[in-house]
Design a protein. Structure first.
Length: 324
């Protein structure tokens, strides 16, 4: 199987629609750290912005189908309501408005094999705010309360939860260790029905890890040179949006770029090798976890998980299976 058959091209705007999430709906704008502006693409209402509002999963998917894009790419984690629909509870009814989703939906959901411990993270947030944990709490109500001190990433293999890694504690002085994952599904299944559209997602431990995973998605479909161009353009765009001096010298961005792309090349090679074991007709979905080192608020390095960890899963007609 070729990468292009399962991983969408984020730079092909005719085929792939990138969707961000609005972290604070009352501000009517996405959180800056969740923005991926590949090739200077910025977030505007004409793009795809997911809000915790009255729209349901079914309504959103129907809207996507009418727009005619072959792939929908969800950038970011729980700030993007459709990310949770895809990764945590695709088995539940799609007629519930995103703003009405509650913690109990995660409890009752059927998460993809690689997933963050959202329940643990939310409990951290509520404890820090002196509030009680309740499964009836709306997920959208948790967004304004901030982020947990750390995020834990797990893989579920043969009905057993296996710990993959924990993010660096926050707050942090511009240096982080972040686990995260990418996922791509052809004809995703929701509530027992498959839809004729492709959906992908990248979820880092925090916004910067998500950005780095978006760079990886670009690298999977383009050359090292093109990936470096996107990294630099995207970074310079974010520098322009900052209200204070960046914690790095913009003249040295190329050094971060070279280090990141050189390390990510090992991940790209590993993904190519794994997918090469399958035929196009066998694979319905692909999920892959990595670790990232964030330095001075820039993705600086991407690392493979050791082979002893179940860091890659492929979905076939038999379901999701760990790739050894």
């Amino acid at each position: 199987m070729q990468i292009r058959e399962i991983i969408p091209d984020l730079l092909d705007r005719e085929v792939t629609q990138i969707c961000w999430g609005v972290r604070y709906p009352e501000k009517e704008a996405p959180a800056l750290q969740d923005v991926f502006s590949a090739e200077g693409i910025t977030v505007k209402t004409s793009e795809c912005v997911i809000v915790y509002g009255d729209n349901t999963r079914d309504q959103i998917i129907n809207h996507w189908q009418k727009r005619g894009h072959k792939w929908i790419h969800l950038s970011g984690g729980w700030g993007n309501g459709m990310t949770l629909e895809l990764n945590l509870y695709p088995n539940l009814s799609g007629n519930v408005p995103l703003m009405q989703r509650r913690i109990k939906d995660v409890v009752q959901g059927k998460p993809k094999p690689i997933h963050f411990d959202y329940l643990g993270g939310w409990k951290q947030i509520l404890q820090a705010k002196g509030r009680e944990f309740s499964e009836d709490l709306k997920i959208g109500e948790l967004l304004p309360l901030g982020a947990p001190t750390y995020w834990d990433l797990y893989a579920r293999k043969e009905e057993k939860e296996i710990f993959l890694g924990r993010s660096t504690l926050a707050p942090f002085p511009g240096t982080e260790d972040e686990p995260g994952f990418l996922i791509a599904v052809i004809n995703p299944e929701f509530s027992g029905k498959r839809y004729p559209i492709g959906m992908s997602n990248v979820t880092g431990s925090r916004g910067l890890g998500t950005i780095g995973l978006n760079y990886l998605m670009v690298f999977l479909r383009h050359s090292e040179k093109k990936t470096k161009e996107v990294y630099i353009k995207d970074t310079l765009w974010r520098v322009q949006q900052m209200q204070k001096e960046p914690p790095f010298d913009p003249n040295n961005i190329w050094r971060y770029t070279d280090d990141f792309v050189e390390s990510a090349a090992l991940v790209v090679d590993d993904i190519k090798e794994i997918l090469g074991r399958f035929s196009r007709d066998e694979v319905r979905g692909f999920q892959y976890a990595v670790r990232q080192y964030i330095s001075d608020t820039l993705p600086a390095r991407m690392d493979l998980f050791p082979s002893t960890k179940p860091y890659c899963f492929v979905e076939t007609e038999r379901g999701w299976e760990s790739v050894e």
